[in-house]
Structure formats: C-alpha cells, structure tokens
Ligand binder design. Structure first.
Ligand SMILES: Nc1ncnc2c1ncn2[C@@H]1O[C@H](COP(=O)(O)OP(=O)(O)OP(=O)(O)O)[C@@H](O)[C@H]1O
Ligand SMILES: [Mg+2]
Length: 301
C-alpha cells in the first residue's frame, strides 16, 4: 500500500537529516552495529531464525534520558535485555564508560513491575534488597533506604506492604529500588503502560524529578509518543522487525517540564515528524486499518 510518493520522498529526506553522526567524544554508553537473531525450533524439529536487531548503533551521554519508540514486536525489549546482559547477541559491541556492560551496575524496570516486588516484605525491606545483595549490613541498609526515601520526598509508608500501595506507588517503589544501589544505567521497559492516565502523568513528573536528583543515565522504552517526547533528551525511532534505527531526534524542550509543554507548537511539530516516519514504516506492508490510524493519531501504539 505505497500510494504516498511525495510523502515518502519527503520522509526519506527527513530520515537522512535526522540520522546525523553521533558525537563520539561525549559517549558514555556505546552500541556499535548490534545484531541479534533468535534461533528456535519450529514444531520441535525445524530450526527457525528470527532476525530481531539489524546493526543498531547508538551512543548515549552520561546522565542523558533517551526514549525508544517503535512498532509492536520490533525488538525493543530484546534490545534492553541485551544491554542488561539478560540476552546474548551475535554481532556488534556494547561498552559503558569504556567497559563491557557486565562490569557496570545496571538497573532494570520490567513491564510487569508488580511481579518484581516481594509481597511478604515491607516496602522498606523491599527497597533494601539490592543493598543486601551488595553485602551491606542491616543497620546501614535501613539507614540508606530511609535517607533515599527522604531525599526523593516520596510519600510511601515504610512499614506497610506492597499490596497496600496503589499501582503508581508500587511502580515508584520498584523504580527507587532499582535506583538505590546507584546504577550507572537504568533501563525501563514501558514501565507505566498499565497505569491510568492521571497516574501516568504524575509518574512522568516524579520520574523526571528523581532523574534530576540522581543524574542516572536512562533508556526508556515507550509505546506512547507523547510520553516518549515529554521525558526525553532524545527520541530514538526503531523500524519494524528486524529493528533498525530510523531516526534519532533531539527534543530540545526546556526543563523542568510541565504538562503545558505538550500543547506547544514545538511539541506538536516534533510529534508529527516522528509519527510521519512511523506511519511510513508501518504502512509499508500492513493494511492500514482505521483502528491503527486512530491509535496513531492519539499517539498510542
Ligand atoms: N526468547 C525468545 N525466543 C524467540 N523469539 C523471541 C524471544 N523473545 C522474543 N522473541 C520474538 O522477538 C520479537 C521481538 O520481541 P520483543 O519482545 O523484543 O519486541 P518488542 O518491540 O519489545 O515488542 P512489544 O512492543 O510488544 O513490547 C518478537 O517477534 C518476539 O516474538
Ligand atoms: Mg516489549
């Protein structure tokens, strides 16, 4: 369904200008030509090769907030898992601060965050888990966890249990648990996708506040374009599987941010440019149903 020639050539020009060379000098996390294929047995017999990532190259600065936006099933989670060392890869190179990623501290927030909290432990003792794993003593770990809660001004009761918290509070707890051992890089996989609209807006501002106070380098996968732009210094657009990088866009929006920024012309322009590229990508061989189109207009996919 390629009936938009002018649109296509315009987008191609946009792609070329958007894919500018990375500034190597400021690189903290460097990913070079990363390729990944899953090999699995089809019907327990025939080996099937599924190409997931195709020569992904990206550099991220220390303390930068990068979001990744791309079609369903294109390989975003696989990309994060590879950086975290939870998945292998066939070709390419990953370095953080000149070291292999297994030599640095990585925090990971899974989409199903509720499953990652321990229901039999209080909120405070959920927070101390990473400190225990680092061998920190009992007194010190509780002191550190209390100080951390205070520093971030979070209204989470220390002595109650995760099931007594709202969804948003549970997610906050899992985010600060990932941050408490001061990871060099925090990877977040659609962490707010199961929260309601109002809680998600609250979480965006809370996360930006925590990020400002901790200076952590964050890579955040999102299926909501408004979220991807609002949070980011740069938005990275993935193609459909096997994922390539279609565009990397600086948001250049002032910080601290507030919800009004989503109504500005600059925000709209950026959103429309990304959605044009995205539409072109997914309409290449998809029947462009009305339902998908509506989702895109809302920026949710
Ligand atoms: N362990 C695995 N073995 C084989 N194939 C896998 C495995 N994990 C994921 N896949 C496949 O790899 C592709 C990419 O999956 P991935 O979860 O990375 O996509 P995604 O972009 O995060 O998708 P979504 O937007 O739905 O979260 C999918 O086709 C998926 O079925
Ligand atoms: Mg995913």
């Amino acid at each position: 369904m390629k009936n938009h020639g002018a649109f296509n050539s315009e987008s191609r020009i946009a792609r070329e200008t958007l894919l500018q060379p990375e500034r190597e000098t400021t690189a903290y996390l460097t990913i070079k030509e990363l390729s990944k294929t899953y090999r699995s047995l089809f019907n327990h017999r025939q080996e099937e090769h599924l190409e997931i990532l195709d020569k992904i190259s990206l550099t991220v600065k220390k303390g930068e907030f990068v979001t990744i936006f791309g079609p369903n099933g294109c390989g975003k989670t696989t990309f994060l898992k590879i950086i975290a060392g939870l998945e292998g890869y066939q070709r390419g190179r990953i370095e953080v601060d000149g070291k292999p990623p297994d030599r640095i501290k990585i925090g990971y927030i899974f989409q199903n965050y509720r499953d990652s909290l321990f229901p039999w432990r209080t909120n405070l003792s959920n927070l101390t888990i990473p400190l225990e794993l680092e061998g920190m003593g009992k007194r010190e770990k509780y002191k550190r966890a209390r100080e951390f809660l205070k520093k971030l001004a979070l209204n989470i009761s220390e002595d109650s249990y995760p099931y007594q918290l709202s969804g948003g509070q549970q997610q906050l707890l899992s985010i600060i648990r990932a941050l408490i051992y001061e990871p060099d890089v925090l990877l977040m996989d659609e962490p707010f996708s199961s929260l309601d609209f109002q809680t998600t807006l609250f979480m965006h501002d809370k996360l930006l506040d925590i990020w400002r106070k901790t200076g952590t380098t964050i890579i955040f996968v999102s299926h909501d374009i408004n979220e991807a732009i609002y949070l980011a210094d740069r938005v990275v657009l993935f193609s459909k599987r096997p994922a390539r990088i279609i565009a990397v866009m600086e948001t250049n929006l002032p910080r601290p941010r507030s919800i009004e920024i989503r109504e500005t012309g600059k925000f709209f322009t950026l959103r429309n440019r990304i959605l044009d590229l995205f539409k072109e990508e997914i309409t290449d061989n998809l029947i462009f149903s009305r339902e998908i189109s509506t989702h895109i207009q809302k920026g949710i996919l």
